[in-house]
Design a protein. Structure first.
Lengths: 117, 112
């Protein structure tokens, strides 16, 4: 099966510009997650979609970040306006099951490296 | 404060030299501990999930164990292709699905 696809793989933008990241989860995966890794720090959770609904967006840094998942398929993460501290690698992951013993692992994409200059 | 600490930050081994990576955690209640492998330029790749103290899981040269405060990833007779960053992540009571706390990782290098 195709994995989780993210694009672009790299993006360099100027401070104040807008950038949109896209994630295509594994087909049939209802759960989609966004994470971010800032240089030198650990990966941190941003938000969780179940189909098209936001289940948990407690990790979103501020209102400059907007995530959507139209039709419960692909998701976009928009940063507007971008600031220097938004630089990092943004990962998307997906999973199928919502219940059970959580024995499944989340499947990650390769990430989008965002550089704000 | 809930947190996950991995040690060492980096580990260099000779091929065939067995060792262990540590992941210690402080959370309000453990719902699952995950181990991932990450290669440069790639996303984390799922290895194991552990739920309760005493549980063990194995995959090829890797074996993960769990106690009430920490987890170990044992690597037996490693090969150069085992070189990667190994990440530990924890899901805790009160956190939603996917709301994982990650450690910073251990970068493993295995020399032939």
């Amino acid at each position: 099966e195709a994995g989780v696809t993210q694009f672009p793989s790299h993006s360099v933008i100027e401070k104040g510009q807008t950038v949109t990241l896209r994630c295509d989860p594994i087909s049939g995966h209802d759960n989609l997650y966004w994470y971010r890794r800032v240089m030198g720090k650990e990966i941190k959770f941003l938000l969780h979609f179940v189909k098209e609904s936001k289940q948990d967006e407690s990790g979103m840094p501020n209102n400059r970040f907007l995530a959507e998942r139209t039709g419960g398929t692909y998701s976009t993460l928009k940063v507007q306006p971008a600031e220097l501290e938004d630089s990092g690698v943004y990962f998307c992951a997906s999973s199928q099951k919502t219940t059970g013993r959580y024995g499944y692992g989340y499947t990650f994409g390769s990430g989008t490296r965002l550089t704000v200059v | 404060e809930d947190q996950v600490t991995q040690s060492p930050e980096a580990l260099r081994l000779q091929e065939g030299e067995s060792s262990s990576l540590n992941c210690s955690y402080t959370v309000s209640g453990l719902r699952g501990l995950f181990w991932y492998r990450q290669d440069p330029g790639k996303g984390p790749e799922f290895l194991f999930t552990l739920y309760s103290a005493g549980e063990e899981k194995e995959k090829e040269r890797l074996k993960a164990t769990l106690t009430k405060k920490e987890s170990f990833l044992h690597i037996t007779a490693p090969k150069p292709e085992d070189s990667a960053t190994y990440l530990c992540a924890v899901r805790y009571y009160g956190g939603s699905q996917g709301n994982l706390i990650f450690g910073k990782g251990t970068k493993l290098s295995v020399k032939p």
